[in-house]
Design a protein around this ligand. Structure first.
Ligand code: GDP
Ligand code: MG
Length: 606
């Protein structure tokens, strides 16, 4: 009908664990192998592939036998760059880059780490998605019928293949349930808003690909409100910032809604402030068969959503990937738009810890920065400073301010960015750890492992001062000296190997407090069995304690101390402070703190 030209195409992203077949699946979807160029018109765009509705009709023909088909939208735009690069630009607010996502899972592997991370991203961003359960051709003895619908191919498999499918599918369904996702095979799914639809596919044989395309169309047509389906105001997101010979710095943009025209005045988020410039050229790649033409790109006076387009303009060097792109209309206040677009970045500054303690975070795009900050917030890791793009020495210098304040945070957590050589050297020399990964979980794992390592080292360094409180009653002198061995009862606290033991006496005449050190616990035995520690009430049999004093000035039983003296672990101001340190405080029980309070009086500690 005549209104058709005002409808916009839905946009689809693809994500999932590495090697599940995202690229291969995209290739398969793109393939124009239908005879006589029936499915022609599929166009390669900037960072995306556009499928006009006729191409989708041809590719989903085999579905007619199973499903009713409606074709309301003009086509489907599939974002090409699989994985985080594109998906993390799907931001929690301000971006309509993705109307539906495909989460690819390898049927032979089930859920993997990045699958779980992807599910979290999808959930955070409230993005509708379907699961492609890929590599069904790898089921043992699968008989392939290229580009067939899944149901038809499945019906023609042997019983054993069907059973293997069923058991792997059920297992994956269970794994999804563990992530809080109810799922169903798409054609058995009675409630698409409560259950995630699963489409079994093979990116090698093309089986299930018609099902996948059909479902994407079905869901977007049903789910996208009428409003969303019509072209209205401009919505555009920067995917990448790139230098191109002959054009200078360009931006690759996904236009999800509206029109862009040559000469349009545009506003976008820059690393050092808003960028305002005019579109010099709107470019898409030359169709393949015309590659011999002298330019790689086709110029457009005007482009219409949804599509991927390269924009050439001045002053794009500091443009931020993931930023929205706004067009200044005749009614618009340019300054207002500048503030508006910078909110994307400044809004993230709320995540920065106001105490000035925390790690330095650097990411490749606004979207990935946002995702990383969300993640760190969940993990209760404070952030001191955030940045975008490659890591330079000045970024590392920010982290080095932590060396004094909180050495465990003297690190940089970098997501998918380049680290400059000079920055690397500087970090090495200053002892700043730089963690760089393109999987958030990997970053987090290496960061926590590093922190644990630091704590362990700290524990080793301060072990001599980490003295846990205990109160002992002497039951028996087993050996007076060389070595001193006594039998004790633990009245309060915990007695550990390594703890120095003393008696506290008050001189009857001078009233001075005197600490008599018996020595350090070398070993503990209950009924001749060595133990590392003994808690109050743990044994009625008594504990044999072997004590050693390298100073050789042990008090003498019967002269300086006797069985009536209460014995204590040797606490001091320093030992109490050590237990308060983060290296130990998790090991100190509430009852230990209460006991320490009592012992402070005994030892006269302020
Ligand atoms: P990506 O990392 O998710 O983009 O995965 P790729 O598309 O690069 O695929 C990883 C490997 O799996 C490649 O060797 C592919 O040929 C293979 N592969 C992908 N999809 C399928 C499939 O459906 N069946 C089989 N047998 N192999 C596949
Ligand atoms: Mg790939």
């Amino acid at each position: 009908g005549s209104h058709m030209k005002d409808l916009r195409s839905p946009i689809c992203c693809i994500l999932g664990h590495v090697d599940t077949g995202k690229t291969k699946l995209l290739d398969k979807i793109r393939q124009t192998n239908v005879q006589g160029g029936e499915a022609g018109g599929i166009t390669q765009q900037i960072g995306a592939t556009y499928f006009p509705i006729d191409a989708i009709k041809a590719k989903t023909k085999v579905m007619a036998e199973y499903e009713k088909q409606t074709f309301d939208v003009p086509g489907l735009l599939v974002i090409d760059t699989p994985g985080h690069e594109s998906f993390s630009n799907l931001r929690s607010r301000g971006s309509s880059l993705c109307n539906i996502a495909i989460l690819v899972i390898d049927i032979m592997h089930g859920l993997e780490q990045q699958t779980i991370e992807s599910i979290k991203l999808l959930r955070d961003r409230k993005a509708p998605f379907v699961v492609a359960l890929n590599k069904i051709d790898r089921l043992y003895d699968w008989k392939a019928i290229p580009n067939n619908s899944f149901r038809d191919s499945f019906a023609k498999q042997s019983r054993a293949v069907q059973e293997e499918f069923q058991s792997r599918y059920s297992k994956i369904q269970l794994e999804l349930a563990e992530q809080g996702l109810n799922s169903e095979l798409y054609f058995q799914n009675k409630n698409m808003s409560k259950y995630v639809s699963i489409v079994p596919t093979s990116a090698v044989t093309g089986e299930g690909v018609p099902d996948l395309l059909w479902l994407l169309l079905e869901l977007t047509q049903k789910r996208m409100s009428k409003q969303l389906m019509y072209l209205s105001h401009v919505e555009a997101t920067i995917l990448e910032v790139k230098v191109v010979e002959g054009f200078g710095t360009t931006i690759d943009v996904i236009l999800s809604n509206g029109y862009l025209r040559e000469g349009d005045r545009i506003v976008l988020c820059g690393m050092n402030g808003p960028i305002v410039t005019n579109i010099r050229a709107l470019l898409t790649p030359q169709p393949l068969r015309e590659l011999r033409l002298k330019s790689e790109y086709v110029h457009h006076k005007e482009v219409k959503a949804a599509l991927g387009v390269k924009i050439a303009a001045n002053d794009l060097e500091k443009a931020v990937s993931g930023s929205r792109l706004l067009v200044v209309g005749p009614e618009d206040d340019e300054d207002e738009l500048m503030d508006d677009v910078m909110d994307d970045l400044t809004g993230l500054l709320d995540s920065v810890d106001t105490t000035g303690k925390g790690v330095v975070v650097q990411a490749s795009t606004l979207g990935s920065l946002e995702a990383l900050l969300d993640f760190l917030k969940d993990m209760k890791i404070p952030v001191m400073s955030i940045g975008l793009g490659p890591v330079y020495k000045r970024d590392v210098m920010k982290a080095s301010t932590m060396l004094e304040k909180a050495p465990e945070y003297a690190v940089m957590l970098c997501f998918d960015v380049k680290v400059d050589k000079e920055a690397e050297q500087y970090a090495e020399q200053e002892g700043i750890k730089i963690f760089n990964a393109d999987v958030i979980y990997h970053l987090f794992d290496s960061f926590t492992a590093y922190q644990e390592k630091l704590l362990e080292e700290r524990r080793k360094d301060f072990l001599d001062y980490a003295i846990f409180p205990c109160v002992l009653q002497t039951l028996q002198i087993i050996n007076k000296r060389g070595p001193m061995i006594i039998g004790v009862d633990v009245l309060e606290g915990t007695l550990r190997v390594g703890t120095p033991i003393c008696a506290v006496k008050t001189d009857p005449t001078t009233k001075e407090r005197q600490t008599l050190i018996l020595g350090k616990v070398i070993s503990l035995e209950i009924n001749h069995q060595p133990v590392q520690e003994v808690k109050k009430g743990q044994t009625a049999a008594g504990v044999a304690v072997r004590l050693e004093d390298p100073s050789g000035q042990q008090p003498i039983w019967g002269r300086h101390v006797d069985e009536n003296d209460t014995l204590y672990s040797l606490v001091s101001r320093r030992s109490i402070d050590t237990l308060k340190d983060k290296a130990f405080r998790d090991q100190v029980a509430r009852s230990d703190w209460l006991l320490l309070k009592k012992l402070k009086v005994v030892f006269g500690i302020e």
